[in-house]
Design a binder for this molecule. Structure first.
Ligand SMILES: *Cc1c(COP(=O)(O)O)cnc(C)c1O
Length: 377
């Protein structure tokens, strides 16, 4: 049978013709017409003050860490159950990631544990919207305001998810998006920094342009451009932006398809939840169908189910090794709460294949294989 990969990059519209057009326009470095179209799309669609494309969400997080002015020894509170970049961006500035446990229902940072992890060195909170499901942003923003902390939303998985009607990435001081080929909307590698607080816009442009005031120069605001701050080269080429813009034109369609796949999985697998074989995530209409995972009863069951599915050319994958137990997490970070939920669920979670070109037959085949596993085990 045809293998069902976990992920598959796809083309949905004018990606290749826009790339050809960018070449024809003769501007292949950053901030050409396609990058500007993408910026405007994010600013209008998500309601953010300023959007700046970057090479990756990792790069956007690094820019956010510079904008937060993280100094050696400053602490940043984040979940342990996340991708390395959420922590690494702050560690690169000499900051100390302080890991907090997650909620068992959403696998997002447990907002009820944040305040106890705050010290006089805390500067920021970096909530991660796991699987595109929103964190409790009202509570997090309230804590941040009372303790004068900045909030960097890691919205890598959360483009077009909302929290109480507001786009994820538009609520904290900063939001960071990813267009890596495993995310909903893709450009191979790619990301964006969303800036929601006017105070940071000018400096963000400078940091992204190697620490120069080049953006102001091109807008005619200064008469020469020069080195004014620290920074790096964070802007993507027009080739990447052209590809991305073609995807953005179909963003709602892509999101709807992924949500449809999640709903189909949930209904196929519901009987197994009823009989107590596995646990399914709860997701509402406010999330973007980024991921479909199941929670098994043990690591041993997960290992056996992976083997069972692989034998049928179906490729599921588990997810993060919690950062607090990783070699670099131990070296650069510290634990800010108990880790019971993180330690437990990270061993039992399994992500099922989910990509734009999956068919209903694929979902039925995967679900049937999972049902078979439990009948015979
Ligand atoms: C994918 C991801 C990132 C990194 O995104 P890149 O664009 O690959 O740098 C960061 N955080 C989370 C939660 C992610 O899922």
């Amino acid at each position: 049978m045809k293998p069902i990969p976990f992920n598959k990059p796809f083309i949905i519209g004018r990606e290749l013709s826009y790339i050809a057009d960018a070449v024809a326009q003769g501007h292949l470095s950053g901030d050409g017409s396609y990058t500007k179209l993408c910026h405007r799309w994010f600013e209008e669609k998500l309601g953010v003050r300023r959007a700046l494309l970057s090479h990756s969400c990792t790069a956007a997080l690094e820019m956010a860490a510079i904008l937060c002015d993280i100094q050696p020894g400053d602490e940043v509170i984040l979940p342990s159950y996340t991708f390395v970049s959420t922590a690494n961006a702050f560690a690169l500035r000499g900051g100390v990631p302080v890991f907090v446990d997650i909620r068992p229902d959403t696998l997002n940072i447990d907002e009820g544990l944040i305040e106890a992890a705050i010290t006089s060195k805390t500067r920021a909170i970096a909530p991660v919207h796991y699987a595109g499901v929103p964190c409790e942003m009202d509570v997090i923003m309230d804590i941040a305001q009372r303790h004068r902390l900045l909030v960097v939303e890691d919205a890598a998985q959360a483009l077009l998810s909302t929290y109480k009607g507001r786009a994820l990435g538009s609520i904290g001081h900063f939001g960071c998006l990813s267009f890596h080929e495993t995310k909903n909307i893709i450009s191979g590698e790619g990301g964006a920094l969303l800036i929601n607080d006017e105070r940071f816009v000018k400096r963000a442009e400078i940091i992204r342009e190697k620490g120069t005031n080049r953006s102001q120069f091109f807008r005619g605001e200064v008469d020469k451009y020069t080195w004014v701050d620290i920074g790096s080269s964070y802007l993507p080429s027009e080739l990447v932006s052209a590809f991305l813009y073609a995807q953005l034109e179909h963003a709602d369609k892509i999101t709807a398809k992924r949500c449809h796949i999640c709903t189909a999985y949930a209904s196929q697998l519901a009987p197994l939840q009823l009989s107590g074989k596995l646990h399914l995530p709860t997701f509402d209409s406010d999330s973007n169908g980024h991921m479909f995972y199941i929670i098994l009863d043990s690591l041993a069951t997960r290992t056996r189910l992976i083997a069972h599915l692989k034998a049928q050319d179906i490729l599921p994958v588990f997810h993060y090794v919690p950062l607090h137990s990783s070699p670099a997490g131990r070296k650069y970070g510290r634990i800010g709460s108990t880790m019971a939920v993180t330690d437990d669920l990270s061993e039992r979670l399994l992500r099922l294949p989910l990509h734009y070109e999956m068919s209903n037959e694929d979902i039925v085949r995967i679900s049937t294989a999972i049902h078979d596993f439990f009948i015979h085990s």
